[in-house]
Unconditional design. Sequence first.
Length: 95
Amino acid sequence: MDLERRGLIDGCLGETFEVAAPGEGVGGFVWHAEVSEQAATIVGETLSPSAQGVGSGRAKVFRIRLERAGETTLRLVPARPWDSTPHRIIEVPIR
């Protein structure tokens, strides 16, 4: 499994911010976001405009709202219906 750690997001209570996951739909993968419900809430998700070229993917953008002061980690996980374990995880620390 490939683990990617991104830089810290410094936010304020009640603030909403966006985090993008690359290549939605490429190879059958669909991105999912996971975060502690006490610390933050996923309030929305959208797909970026299509890139140029055949087979190009679109970034999936997650909107996250901070619900509690402290530290947590947002995990972006690509999944395919036929896979039992993720091949990649992106972790984004939030404070």
